[in-house]
Ligand binder design. Structure first.
Ligand code: SF4
Length: 300
């Protein structure tokens, strides 16, 4: 694994506005910039360009750490103008990525949210979240909490290729199950569904079935999108690792999104399988069930 560098910075604001009125969520916290999980498709790669770093290896190895984020979060939560709206933790980087084991910033932010009984939505691939299960369970007793584990496939070869530094998908599902047992509402973001790698009905069903068996209270699909910044990193990977898929991607990803007829067919398959595995009666609202063009994108 490549050497990782941590760049500690101070920020003036940590609860930041997301321009996504249709998503029902306006606020996000990202304690870090860059992500050691190194997913090849990550849309947040483009943000590293703003820092003068490349969206490839630098994104995974130059981690910006907002060391005063807990203090600033406490100040913002105390502000008379704050209306206790739901905050999405992890929209553009994983808040429980490896750096969090060293810095503990996310844990302090969750403590601040608990002190203010502030609703929280989480998106993560990390089992490190279990370290903070006590806080999340306490928060879930007094405010709306929803944890979303991103799991796009259970296929180990595909997982290792596309999400090389993430916890194994089966471990993520176990972590989700632990949270559910503790009373923390949690489910699966079936994401990203990658054409040719994880879009076969059998692959989708394996995730939905495992989600059901681990007590997920929702499953929400998101098909792969390739925005500028991510596309330049993903396509060489595809060419190198799955060259037979290149012509198909040239047809599907003329822009950032696959055509509606493809995404709608995937969505139909997911809905059918969700019904089969009993999700029709336990569906809860997920923070972002789709990726409408021009709207909020999540680092899945
Ligand atoms: S998709 Fe999520 S977990 Fe993967 S690198 Fe991006 S922010 Fe990290």
């Amino acid at each position: 694994m490549a050497q990782v560098y941590f760049e500690e910075i101070q920020v003036k604001s940590v609860i930041n506005r997301v321009q996504a009125p249709n998503m029902g969520l306006k606020w996000t916290i990202n304690p870090y910039r860059g992500c050691q999980h190194a997913c090849v498709y990550c849309f947040a790669r483009k943000y590293h360009l703003e820092l003068g770093y490349n969206p490839g290896l630098d994104f995974n190895t130059r981690i910006i750490v907002k060391t005063n984020a807990p203090k600033v979060a406490r100040e913002q939560l105390r502000s008379p103008g704050w209306r206790h709206e739901t905050i999405l933790l992890g929209a553009a980087c994983d808040p429980w990525q490896q750096a969090e084991a060293r810095y503990g910033i996310t844990r302090e932010i969750v403590k601040a949210l608990l002190a203010h009984q502030n609703p929280l939505s989480i998106l993560t691939k990390s089992t490190l979240i279990l370290r903070d299960a006590d806080l999340l369970a306490a928060l879930a007793r007094v405010a709306e909490v929803q944890v979303n584990f991103s799991v796009g496939t259970l296929d180990e070869e595909v997982w290792k290729n596309v999400e090389p530094e993430t916890p194994k998908p089966s471990k993520r599902l176990e972590a989700m199950g632990e949270l559910v047992k503790l009373g923390v509402p949690a489910g699966v973001m079936l994401a990203p569904i990658i054409p040719g790698l994880s879009d076969a009905p059998a692959s989708i069903e394996a995730v939905i079935r495992a989600a059901a068996e681990h007590g997920a209270n929702h499953v929400s699909p998101v098909t792969l999108h390739l925005r500028p910044g991510a596309k330049e990193w993903f396509m060489p990977f595809l060419r190198e690792t799955y060259p037979y898929l290149e012509p198909r991607y040239a047809r599907l990803y003329k822009g950032a999104y696959a055509p509606a007829e493809y995404t709608q067919a995937v969505a139909r398959t997911v809905e059918e399988l969700k019904r089969k595995w009993g999700f029709a009666n336990r569906q809860r609202r997920a923070p972002c069930q789709a990726q409408p063009r021009g709207q909020l994108a999540l680092a899945l």
